[in-house]
Design a protein. Sequence first.
Length: 472
Amino acid sequence: MMTRAPFCLLICFALFDNFLLTTGHDRQRLLEVAVLVMVAIGTLMRRACPVPLLQSRGDKLLGVFFLLGVLGSLQAFSVARALFEVSIFFVLYVFALQIAGEIALGGHAVLLRLLQVVGAICALHSLKFWVVYVTGLAVGTPLEVADFINGFSNVRFFNHTQTPILPLLILLCCITPRASRLRWLWWSLTAYWWMALFAVTGRGTMVGMAAGCIAVALLRRRLAVPYLRTVAISAALGLLGYAVFLVAIPLLSGSAPFGAFATMIERTAADPASNRLVLWRRATELILAHPWLGVGPMHFAHNAGDLHTGAHPHDWVMQIASEWGIPALLCLCTALALAGRTLLRTGSKLQEDARLDQTVCTALIAGGATILVDGLVSGLFVMPQSQLAVVLYLGCAIGWCRGRARRIHVNAGPARFQTAGPAFLVAGAALCLAVVVWPDMQARYRNDPLPAEVAALNQDVKWPRLWLAGFF
């Protein structure tokens, strides 16, 4: 079934590479760009997109959003980097639509197989931790946070990727038949995902998950019980795993327990915002100074370099408002509200005894709330690996909604481009990605030193936006 869904296979390949092969932020960015160029080429070769681009009310609002981004880019300090940000968001959007079309056409079979492949990828990544864990116990080496995030440049980049995927892993536990031999694997994996979250103290993800659970409890009530029960049991198993594997066993072996979770409360009490207040103040200043088109997509990095605290506001609302402008933010928020209403309406039209679809709907509502809330305090929408994980979630959500609404006939193919406009947009966005990245790729291949102005801003800690060496 998955062989008929090439874009689903492509997102699985990207996640597999991110989790298991490609190490470091910059290589993951290059992988993302390469995958998105392949998405654009595949879309152009099909001469189609499974969901007609920019035709529904929400899509038209997104069209205005991207247009405002282009206009804001033209007056930015670095036009190329600003257009890169607009282009990458646009092709990510196209990628999500392509995945959605394949899920809508393939139904539950494609959705389940996609989640199983993603689960297998996460399981292989967790295997790397267990190898380090057993080896460390044997030689007496204490665990470190880096042991949980193998392949990621920063622990928070790993958290950002956990946020979209954890609700989907919980969904996988919910919809896997009880008779399946893989059921124990998905439960064990989800419990480990929680344990890793507790171990590296991903507060944004925890708050997002709590918000998602509250949202479905209020909106779905008793229909949310199966999903919430799975959340509670898997989280409890994860906490138990933390107590056993990271506290009790190290103590019994004569080592110190892993103490990251224990210090979270102290760290939160000492600095609840984790230095974000200074970023939010700068974002507010930029919004007031440039309310209409912003300072340019990605350009918070340029306008906040003197802070030496972050290259983005760690808040998607402030990020869009300060970089794209308030009108663009209003377009995006309205489009998100319409998408949320569509998801809720699709769920309300289901029969109450349609347990599978009811559980999927609950998980998708919880996942959307989790992503949006975590994004208010993190760089979830900035980092390459989490951007791809969000695309995975969006593809599942849009595809399930369209499949349930019967908007795509079971035997229908992708919607052909009626004009050259959509094809031109896809081709232009892909070309922009390649043109902006190519010089940096050449510089990295030649091992060129950082320009003096970049090196001066990144003497110690790196604050990445496009590349790890952060500001421009």
